[in-house]
Structure formats: structure tokens, C-alpha cells
Design a protein around this ligand. Sequence first.
Ligand SMILES: [Zn+2]
Length: 671
Amino acid sequence: MTKNLAAPRRTAGQPQAEADAEADAGPARPPGSAPTVVYIAGAGRSGSTLLERALGEMPGFVNVGELIDIFRRDAPRAERCGCGQPFAECPFWTGVGGRVFDHWDAAELAAVQRLKGRVARQRHLPRLLAMPLASRSFRTDVAAYGASYASLYRSIAAEAGASVVVDASKWPVQALALTRAGLDVRVIHLVRDVRGVAHSLNKRGVARPHALNEQGVMWTKRPVAAAFRWTSYQSQVELLALCGVPVARVRYEDFVHQPRRTVEQALTQLRLPLPGQLEHLGDGQVTLGPSHGIAGNPSRFRYGDITLRIDEAWRTEMSRGARIMVTAIGLPLLVRYRRRAARSRRAARSATKSNGGTPTEPAGDRSWPDVSVIVPTRGRPELVRESIAAVVGQTYPGNIECIVVHDQEPPDESLTVLGSAQHRVRVVANSHSPGLAGARNTGLDTARGDYIATCDDDDMWHPGKLKVQVARLLDEPGLLVIGSGMRLLLPGDKTLDWPGRTERISYQLLLRNRVKELHSSTLVMRRDAVTKVGPYDEGLPHGYAEDYDWVLRAARTGPVGMVTQPLADIRRNAGSWYQGSAERTAAGLEYMLAKHPDIAASRRGHARILGQIAFAHSSLGGRGLALRYAVRGLSRWPFVPHPYIALAHITVGMHPRYVQRAARLFRRDLA
Ligand SMILES: [Zn+2]
């Protein structure tokens, strides 16, 4: 047994983690090297036990049932484990208990359960969503709660020899609390038809074979209450995705029909490696051995070949009145999920094609068009050389001309020697108005290629980038522009993968969300796109958001695509001439709102921009103005973080570095 994997000893009743929590109670840090957690969230009675076991059967994975129940008084420690043994006699859980919580010491478990009451209850959801605003003691509690779970997950992984723990605890707020504490939690959102769930919850007298006294029955709920509960759960999981928690949605019906394909797609979406062995997952059938899942559905005691059948008893057994009520309550979400499922199936198909480790190789006999790459630069002679080298170093088989546009500085002819015969480098001076938009337009004027790509002077393309993106444009003649996922280089040598969220980016999505991965260093467009969309807007105050403006106009004109895999390194650790000052931000965003009235029509998009303007004004000291913008933002859409961050800045004047840290908690959603 590896001793150092065990949790530190602590006095009963006072979790060690409480003492370990950061002294300044800042945002929690990842506690140690906790394993990756695949967390199944959903409304219950949705087939989570089977899904959890199907995942746990894979090499490197271990499933543990509804782990959240382990801290409850008595149950499920007085119950049968999924292996059939009473919990107290199960060798697996005995082994885990030897590493953590002092052999399931009641006082230690109770302490965690008390912490749960302070952080992982539904009523704490708003505070978890707006963590930076939460009190210091709340943040300390969240950190302590996360640390307890990190020790538990670590011990489970060590005992099972696994690197991924599958936790079927279902509560969305629990997943958010653990994420906020810095754990690597990836969520599978399991959705079953609300009518099936409500009917199942209404069944009385279903035995709980895990109860040691053989007398227990599963809990029940009336159909209408069950439908409201279902809707509330789904909405909470939606919030998780908004906070940057990776979420893959799995429909119970899809899992039952095609367990293997469904699991593969979910893992791909969660960016987890696909284990080679998935033979236990067949068509409409799974082969499962005993596992050590606790709590959950009686189905965890069925071993061997299990034929999966959709339980649609509600169609015949549910009363007409109940059916109408339940359908009315759940239908809007159901319809939405069905539509999204169809879309994500399409996306996942092409993603599995293009994510097989190496970028998709198009047919060898293809004729590759000439590509012009525009690199605007100012005052960064060292960095721009790296960017140029990455462009010249592309595996792209066709011709590339890399056009370096010097903005407000003389062209540096020495850069041309970086080029090769097929991938040449040219330098020109910005002949338009000074600034990024003008520099980009100068590049457009002089570009000769059939395709045009842009790259900023501090970013670096991955070698296969252009080939993959041009291949996609050739395959999909309707696409005007294509972006790609990216890898952010953060201060302190940290990196953060920022994959593209979906294969197609709609205008509506862009109004709601900046879609950062449509970054000026990832875009490749047809020449045709430039003709249709027009040049960059040189009238934007101080050139702020000229790329967002262009992409918005492009998405309004025609389809915008995305290669989801990261294909460019984006520096977030170097200063830039073009970095936004608060003044430029406020003026630029107000200009954007005036220029694109559609943004204000999207509640979420409007709230995001109002929040950003509020923050900018607050940084400039204009508290009253900032407050008005923040409140307007919140009244438009209360679930985006930007107005809250602005409010935090207005009310407590947080140090910008702290705000940045807080902002990173919201990761994806922050433009
Ligand atoms: Zn067991």
C-alpha cells in the first residue's frame, strides 16, 4: 500500500482540510493530485446504475455508486455493497477505509456531512455560482469539503488501481461544489424521458435488496412533484455547463439502444481517452461483473449478460391526467434535449474522425490551394519570429505566403529569410489607419492566396493546423470561415486546453457568447468570405474587438465552422500593444452594442457585454455608472458571471489579480 496516498490523520470532528484551507481563503486550489472524476448527474431512476457500472468496467476506471451517501448516518454503511457483501465486510471498502477517514470513523464522516450541509445543498447554488462574491468562511468550507473528497477519491483510485473514479451521486450542486474546490470533475448529464422517471418514482413497494434487513423499499414521489424535481435537476446541470464544468449529455434511451457508441461519444466529449477494451458493451446489451457501487438501484446486483430494454411502462400504466401534467412540465426541456442530441451525434461523428490522435489527413491526390497568412505586428521582434517560424513550419502541402504587416514601425526585411521555397515570408508596412484593424486590412489588400488565415504576432500554430482546416473547407464548400480549438499558455508555465465547443458556430451562439476559439490566430477563411463580409472595421474606438465584430458579421453572412481539437498556442502570458485598457474596453463595447443591435436582443449576450462594460467603468473609478451597468446586466440574464464579477469589483474593489483568478473559475464563459 502506498502510504502517502492516504489522507492525513486528523482529530475526530474537525476535518484536517479545514486547517489546510488557504489562509487567505482565496479561491480553492486543486487539492493534491486527485484523480479525474466522471460524475453522473441527473434526476434519478434514469439508468445511472447501469451506466455507472458500464463505465466502471473499463480498464483504468472504477465505479463507486452514489458516493455522496457514504457520509449519511448509518446508511449505506449498514447496507450491502454492489458486490453482494455487507459494506462493513467488503474487502474493497475496508481497504479504502484503511486509507482514509480512519476506517470509516463515524465522527470523521459526520464532520464531512456537516460540511456538506454548509456548501453542497441546493440553497447554496447561487453562492457557488458567484464564488468570488461568497464570504471567506464559505470559501474555506468549500475548500475543506473538496479536500475531504479529494482524499476519498485518491484512496478509491489507489485501492482499485484506477485513474478515473465514476461517481453516480447525481446532485448537480455537489458536482459544482467539488469543481469550485478545484477537483477535476467531468459530468455526464444523464437524461431520461420525464414521464419514465415520474412513473418509476411513483411505483410503490419496490424492494431495496441492498438493505440488510431485506425489508427496505425504494422511496417514491407523486408524478407532478417528480416532474418538477426533474425539471429543476436538468436546469441545474445546465448551470454547470455555464460555469465551465465539462458536461456530456447522455440520453438514457440512446444508452439502452447503443451502449458502446453512447459511452464512446460521452468520453470523447469529456476529452477522456477511449480505453481499448469496450467488448462488454454490445448492441442493446452489456456484460457486467460485480462492482463495489453503493446505494443506487437494485439493478446493481444483476451480473453477467444484461439485455437493456427501455422501460416504457408509463405509456400504458400511467393515468391520463398524470401523463398530461408531467408532459406539460417536462416537455420544453425534453424537446430541446432531443434536438441537441441529434446535433451532438453529428458533431461527435466528425469529432471521432478528426480526434484520432493525428489530424485528419485528406486524400493525397488533392490539389492544395494557395494560402495567405496575415500576421500584424508591433514592437515584438522576438515573439513574431516564433509565430512566423510556426507558419513556415506547417505540414501544409500547398503554397503559403506569410504576410507580416508592421504597424507603426518600419518593416523588418530580415524576417523574410525565415521563409522557405514553398512557404515564403513577405513584410509590408500598415498602409491603412494605425492599429490592428488597419494592419489586418493592409494584409487583405496584398494577399494573393485563395484562402486567407490570420495569426497574431505572439501566437504559435501547431504544425498540422492549416492542413486540417483547409481540408475541412474543401470538404464543406458551404463554410465561409473556420476556427479551431486552442491551447492557452498561462503565466507560470501552465497551459489550458480550450477545445472548440462544437463543429458549427451559429450567429445566435455568437451573440450570446464571444466563442473565444474563433480567435484571430485560429481563423482560416475563403477569399470569398472577405468579399462578402467586408474588411475589418477601422472605425472601432481604439480598434477594440475588431475581431469579434468581423466574426459576428461573418456568422450573419454564412456558415462558420470549427475544428474542435486545439491547433494553436495562444499566449496569455505576454503583454501586448493591443491589450485592452479599461477605457478602450468600455468605449469599444458600447460601440459594439450600438453597431450590433442583435446583441441586445440576446438576453445572455447583452448581460455579458453590460457586465464587461460595468467592470471597465469600475476599474476607471466610475462606481455609480458601473453599478448601473451591472444591475442592467443582471436584469437581462442573471446566470452569466460578468455582472457578478463587476459587482464584486464595485463593492469590494478587489485587486485585479484576484479578479483574474476569480474570473478563471468561470473559465470558458469569460470573453
Ligand atoms: Zn463490495
